[in-house]
Ligand binder design. Structure first.
Ligand SMILES: [Fe+2]
Ligand SMILES: [Fe+2]
Length: 277
């Protein structure tokens, strides 16, 4: 059972900062030797490659389009927590790049891995990460004191990309990889990343709920941002062309239902019920 909003306790940025101090890990501690052997003998890599490419591209964007939020107006505790999130995102990007270096291809600069991964991601994915996220980040960088710009950015980044798209991708990708006993090192690293993501999402929900409680106009900013983004999000939750979708063990409808359920719960907590969109 998911908790009702009144039962739910959201951690404030200071508590989340302390959790970060207690949750350090290194991308180089994860053992990738079994993954390397498996990769060599894997017959159909279409679905796995699609997942890896999507994560590589997403995490590069997520890392390099974040500093505007660290620099936006906020308390010292908030800025300290956001600085830790920026380090986490860089760590995630390093893990995916290391996986490319040591399992998928040859060692290369991160930009080269991102470039080849980009060839595999969908147009909807590019709309979200190259257009919408970048535009919201540019706006916040230019207006660090603009609360609406910050709310729009956190809605895209934490609520849509990390919570809705990210948690759904994690759920179905790890279910598939574990069921097929594939890439155990990757699953270990991805699970550590997932724990970090919960902390980030916790901040996003805390911030949005507070912003909406303080100024109801911010609820309209959340609604407008979601309406603009959700078609591309729904489209991007589709298994890739060329992959046997049945291999994933879940249909696009199941992916979308999972994503929508999580989004509905989080919007209730924020105070912007989904039927008000
Ligand atoms: Fe991340
Ligand atoms: Fe994150």
């Amino acid at each position: 059972m998911s908790p009702e909003p009144h039962e739910l306790h959201l951690h404030d940025p200071q508590t989340l900062y302390r959790h970060w101090e207690e949750s350090q890990w290194s991308p180089w501690e994860v053992d990738l030797s079994a993954d390397r052997t498996q990769w060599e003998s894997m017959e159909d890599r279409t679905l796995v490659s699609f997942i890896l490419s999507s994560l590589m591209v997403a995490e590069e964007r997520i890392t390099t389009k974040f500093s505007g939020l660290v620099g936006a107006d906020g308390s010292e505790e908030e800025v300290a927590f956001l600085a830790t999130q920026q380090v986490d995102e860089a760590r995630h990007m390093q893990f995916y790049a290391r996986f490319q270096d040591e399992v998928v291809s040859e060692p290369a600069l991160i930009a080269a891995h991102v470039q080849s991964a980009r060839e595999q991601v969908s147009p909807a994915f590019r709309t979200i990460f190259d257009d919408k996220l970048v535009a919201a980040h540019d706006r916040l960088l230019a207006n660090p004191g603009d609360e609406a710009a910050k709310v729009a950015f956190v809605t895209i980044y934490h609520l849509v990309l990390e919570a809705t798209l990210g948690l759904t991708t994690f759920e179905f990708s790890t279910r598939f990889l574990e069921r097929e006993s594939l890439l155990p090192g990757f699953v270990t690293g991805y699970t550590k990343i997932h724990h970090d993501e919960h902390r980030h999402i916790g901040y996003g929900i805390w911030f949005l709920r507070k912003a909406v409680a303080e100024d109801t106009a911010m609820g309209d900013v959340v609604r407008g941002t979601l309406r603009d983004l959700l078609p591309a999000v729904a489209e991007s939750l589709t298994p890739p062309a060329g992959a046997d979708a049945s291999v994933l063990g879940a249909s696009a409808d199941e992916l979308r239902a999972f994503a929508l359920d999580g989004l509905t719960r989080r919007l209730n907590i924020i105070g912007v019920p989904i039927d008000s969109l």
